[in-house]
Design a binder for this molecule. Structure first.
Ligand code: ADP
Ligand code: MG
Length: 337
């Protein structure tokens, strides 16, 4: 099966009978414990024991910089790569002991490789629907439905090879849904990497649509904004470890929720206070300090830092962004400059 960096893998539960399977009706659609993976000689540890729990019908973002191990984690969960240790269940099935069940549940999906570039979007979807056992007329209806749902009606009669990146990814997603009951489990590995802002927005809509229909989505992204926009929960992956996990808001509140940015009047003041800052901008003599954002706290902080009222030139208070969280978690913030 073809797999491309930055592409998407679609995994769907394809067996309707599975819905009544008790194992598949648990709280988690994806569950992983202590997954590790090393590559090369000498071995470099790419995943260093990761735990994941993705509740059914939620969107979960695995957020991390390039090389963090996101694709490796997705490939393991999709049974394309074996973990060195650890266990995981997807859609209720063990990825090793019941690998065939997991595999079988993804085999009917229109992954990348399944889309025929020389056929139109419509032909592709109809053909795949036929392959899943639908009658000719049912396949036509299903294709039409999916073209509408994924906003591909205008492109329906064009060869897939002429599609833009955004259209192509929507076609891949549509192909993955063709003959399957919903809800399903989706793994989207950097689904919007390389897309222009408008295509990215469209894909976000599609992902939201999947979740609204009850699907479980695990997506990987390097974009904080994307995780913030789409995900019910976010795990920040850095160097093969999950360094934080929670809702976007809970992650933001980990660094006090708000940031008081102070523009200082001298380099001496800057250096004196740098150690307690979570944000540093030496060029502008600006430091960001954590605060709860209340007037009382900001006032107390100012009095404490600058009792003579000579060292702070200007200030701004703003909500902590996911960027703040992400940077704090994935880079070593210098205490001093
Ligand atoms: N098949 C492989 N062989 C050797 N090293 C690999 C292989 N796949 C990934 N890696 C390495 O593992 C690390 C994590 O890669 P990856 O999971 O692709 O990260 P991400 O998707 O977060 O960018 C990288 O340093 C990468 O070079
Ligand atoms: Mg990757």
């Amino acid at each position: 099966m073809a797999y491309a960096e930055g592409g998407s893998i679609v995994i769907i539960e394809s067996d309707r009978s599975r819905r009544s399977d008790a194992r598949a009706t648990g709280r988690y659609a994806i569950e992983a414990h202590g997954l590790t993976k090393s590559y090369g000689k000498p071995a470099v540890r790419v995943l260093d024991g990761i735990d994941l729990g993705v509740e059914r019908s939620t969107v979960f973002a695995l957020l991390g910089p390039n090389g963090a191990g996101k694709t490796t984690a997705v490939r393991i969960l999709a049974t394309l790569t074996a973990a060195d240790s650890g266990t995981a269940r997807v859609a209720g099935y063990d990825i090793v002991a019941e690998r065939d069940r997991v595999r079988r549940s993804i085999s009917l999906t229109g992954q990348f490789a399944a889309v025929d570039e020389t056929q139109t979007g419509e032909e592709n979807l109809r053909m795949m629907a036929r392959l899943t056992g639908l009658s000719r007329s049912a396949a036509r209806r299903r294709a039409e439905e999916l073209l509408i749902r994924f906003d591909l009606t205008d492109a329906a009669r064009r060869q897939a090879r002429t599609y833009s990146g955004g259209m192509r990814r929507r076609l891949d997603l549509a192909a993955g849904l063709v003959g399957s009951p919903e809800p399903g489990v989706f793994f989207l590995d950097e689904p919007t990497t390389g897309l222009d802002p408008r295509s990215r927005q469209q894909l976000w809509q599609v992902v939201r649509g999947l979740a609204e229909r009850g699907a479980t989505v695990l997506l990987t992204t390097q974009y904080l904004e994307e995780a913030d926009q789409l995900a019910d929960r976010i795990a920040v992956l850095n160097k093969g470890r999950i360094v934080a996990e929670g809702t976007a808001d809970s992650l933001k509140s980990r660094i006090a929720g708000h940031r008081l940015d102070l523009v200082l009047t001298s380099r001496e003041a800057y250096l004196r206070l740098a150690g307690r800052a979570v944000h540093h901008s030496p060029e502008t003599l600006t430091l960001g300090l954590p605060t709860d954002g209340t007037a009382a706290h900001v006032r107390a902080l100012l009095d404490e830092i600058d009792p003579a009222r000579t060292e702070v030139a200007r200030l701004t208070v703003h909500s902590a962004t996911l960027d703040d969280v992400f940077l704090a978690l994935t880079t070593e913030v210098p205490a001093h400059v």
